[in-house]
Design a protein around this ligand. Structure first.
Ligand SMILES: *Cc1c(COP(=O)(O)O)cnc(C)c1O
Length: 355
């Protein structure tokens, strides 16, 4: 009997990529697989999404892992600092470099190896990474003077695309467009929220991440509303059950008490596996096809659930913590976080199964 198990559904990943293609027809898709494919396994995800036009990762290390896994598509490194070695490896491996800082331009100007493809990232209003929009012409001219750099395109990132009412997205789109109007090169703007809700952000290349994993980035629409399917189902077995008398405390800190004499189940997963410790009592777990609420605190190896809705549940039955029929977005909201973090925080103790 497996303990905590993440089941990765390749058909769901492929379905979600097809959703991206349907929403942004004719655009190139660079699938974001940073942070080990949002915790799903970068190689697994990249193979399941082999139709993507390219992949986006954070660093050179993540890009190399894709090559070692046999992925031969372009790989865009979103936040990798540059030196001569990085430039040489990027050139050799066909990695595309995102330029966002002057220090990178200095490294690029000094680089003398085989040619590399670079994208210029502009800060259109998020104020995290990128050159100020006013500098677009200057930066492009500097790239042109770098003997070994070929300018692939222009990129920016949206801060509030999850909120259909935020005026910032419109301001960002206008600032980006104004900065590069008439300039050569591909354009890339959209993350998942852009793909789903902002057709005007689709440009030439979209960079979806979270929607490929079947989670919704939007404030107003669920993953099911967007016709996305969960790529990960996290499950764990019921390892014990007992009947607890009315008014008794459950677990560390005795934060919950039984409202009546009732069955309480123990499931073999906890924050040591990446289940969020901040999930409060009441957070749903799926057992025997019904939702049973957490009772008491999440511990390192275990959680306790109120079994009144699933009185026939038996030791050995598998519970779903999130995934099929229990959206990760819902668990994330209960725990005060986002599904991105739930996925990325699974620990090495969780076994993976690919179906
Ligand atoms: C992670 C990332 C994405 C993908 O974002 P999602 O919200 O997961 O779709 C796109 N672009 C950049 C620059 C990113 O860092």
């Amino acid at each position: 009997m497996r303990r905590a198990l993440a089941t990765i559904d390749r058909a769901a990943l492929a379905h979600n990529l097809a959703r991206v293609r349907a929403l942004a027809p004719g655009r190139r898709v660079y699938a974001a697989v940073k942070a080990d494919g949002y915790g799903h396994g970068a190689a697994t995800v990249a193979h399941a999404l082999a139709d993507a036009d390219g992949f986006a990762v954070s660093s050179l290390d993540e890009a190399l892992q894709l090559r070692w896994a046999g992925i031969d598509r372009p790989v865009l490194m979103l936040s990798q600092m540059l030196d001569a070695t990085v430039c040489a490896q990027a050139a050799e491996q066909g990695f595309e470099i995102v330029l966002f800082h002057d220090a990178q331009l200095d490294a690029l100007a000094a680089y003398r190896g085989p040619p590399v493809t670079v994208w210029i990232k502009l800060d259109s209003g998020m104020h995290r990474l990128g050159f100020a929009c006013e500098r677009a012409g200057e930066i492009a001219a500097r790239v042109d003077t770098c003997p070994q750099a070929s300018h692939g395109g222009w990129l920016t990132h949206l801060a509030c695309a999850d909120d259909a009412r935020s005026p910032l997205t419109r301001r960002q789109l206008a600032a980006f467009e104004a900065a590069i109007v008439g300039r050569a090169g591909q354009r890339s703007i959209a993350n998942s929220a852009g793909v789903l809700d902002w057709p005007e952000s689709h440009a030439d290349t979209v960079r979806p991440g979270i929607m490929l994993y079947g989670s919704s980035p939007l404030l107003a629409r669920s993953a099911a509303d967007c016709d996305l399917r969960p790529a990960m189902t996290l499950s764990a077995p019921l390892i014990a059950r007992q009947t607890v008398a009315a008014g008794e405390p459950i677990g560390y800190g005795a934060i919950s008490r039984t409202p009546e004499s009732m069955p309480v189940g123990v499931i073999g997963i906890g924050y040591g596996d990446g289940y969020p410790r901040h999930a409060p009592p009441g957070t749903p777990v799926l057992l025997d096809g019904v939702r049973v609420p957490l009772i008491g605190r999440v511990s390192m190896d275990m959680i306790t659930v109120d079994l009144r809705a699933a009185p026939a549940a038996r030791v050995g039955d598998r519970a779903t913590l999130w995934g099929e029929d229990l959206p990760a977005d819902e668990i994330a909201a209960a725990a005060g976080t986002i599904a991105y973090e739930l996925f990325c925080r699974l620990t090495p103790r969780v076994a993976f199964e690919i179906v």
